[in-house]
Design a protein around this ligand. Structure first.
Ligand SMILES: Nc1ncnc2c1ncn2[C@@H]1O[C@H](COP(=O)(O)OP(=O)(O)OP(=O)(O)O)[C@@H](O)[C@H]1O
Ligand SMILES: [Mg+2]
Length: 105
């Protein structure tokens, strides 16, 4: 195959040319985000799967969708030995600073 047009994009978290078979999950993400924005109750989404099935790529896509809907997503890498509060501290602080900058502008 012509290497220039080979659709395979190896490497962790690199977006594939086609996010095959994920329409339903992405549609559910749009519904969840839309309902939360409208103040309606909705269950959170959990992406689980074996190594390399595409969790990170999907998560990044859902983050893009959230941004396009006006959300300010925060990406946190969970850590077994760190409490959630400690993990939230820095990204939430950065988010508050950026919101403050926006409101001043
Ligand atoms: N729906 C998809 N269609 C085609 N290729 C995909 C799809 N999802 C992921 N890939 C490809 O699979 C590879 C692995 O994806 P990704 O890093 O998101 O997996 P992961 O589940 O997060 O892996 P890990 O468990 O190691 O963190 C990447 O090269 C990505 O481009
Ligand atoms: Mg991953």
């Amino acid at each position: 195959m012509d290497p220039l047009h080979n659709p395979f994009s190896p490497g962790a978290s690199s977006p594939p040319p086609e996010l095959a078979g994920r329409t339903r999950i992405l549609e559910q993400a749009r519904i969840t985000l839309g309902r939360i924005k409208a103040g309606r109750p909705e269950r959170s989404q959990l992406l689980i799967g074996l190594r390399g099935v595409g969790k990170t790529v999907l998560l990044n896509k859902i983050r893009e969708i959230a941004e396009s809907m006006g959300y300010k997503p925060v990406f946190i890498d969970a850590h077994e030995n760190k409490p959630l509060a400690a993990l939230l501290l820095l990204p939430l602080r950065q988010l508050l600073i950026s919101l403050d900058r926006m409101s001043r502008a």
